[in-house]
Design a binder for this molecule. Sequence first.
Ligand code: ADP
Ligand code: MG
Ligand code: MG
Length: 252
Amino acid sequence: MLTIENLHVRVAGKDILKGLNLQVNRGEVHAIMGPNGAGKSTLGYVLAGRDGYEITQGRVLFEGQDLTTLEPEARAAAGVFLAFQYPVEIPGVNNTYFLRAALNAQRKARGEPELDSMNFLKLVREKLKVLHLKDELLNRAVNEGFSGGEKKRNEIFQMALLEPRLGILDETDSGLDIDALKMVAEGVNALRSTTRSFVVITHYQRLLDYIVPDVVHVLADGRIVQSGDKDLALKLEEQGYAWIKERRLEGG
Ligand code: ADP
Ligand code: MG
Ligand code: MG
């Protein structure tokens, strides 16, 4: 589904990703862990097509297509969704209105008819049920005055509505208490399927107790320096990132 080969990315004149390789197959959940400043968010942003992230080498294929030539809207239409570390607030814009606009923009880009409000609400109710969410978040302005947990839940809800083929979660767990974290994890788990893949970026192992990944990667200094199963996350939790740095100095 997603193939990243020798990816080099420059941000604000600085080389951040330095030869990153990653292969995510359909239905798999991959966790990306790593120290602060390693380039994890940069990877998320470059996949989503954010401005200012310049690819200087390498390539990114999504379902065999070169993702990097697509505008962010076209990536969303192709089925790539990024949940941000810091969801934006849009004061004065009703959340339901925003979600419907996002969904219809995606449908339009796919050449599908827009959903009228009745069918949209039907879909919304269905997704609320799957995620065990109350509808109170829908009647407020987008993320305005939302707690950290509510913002993250809203992101997951948005993801559920858009039904991406690849969901990228950037530190969705940061700042969440254990109950909010469990809700986010349940939401993601409800969306797991044999045709949908996830890249879960996290600094902490804790989230991976609830979203159990198929593969764990360590990103350090702009590359994947180690990959393993979920036990690798436990080892990182126990031993920190220092041993990765030592291994790299030894040329390991
Ligand atoms: P992580 O998410 O792993 O903590 P980031 O991808 O956010 O790391 O950042 C990697 C490095 O790139 C950091 O050194 C950071 O300061 C730098 N960086 C990221 N975005 C920008 C930017 N817009 N301008 C300048 N430097 C940036
Ligand atoms: Mg960070
Ligand atoms: Mg980050």
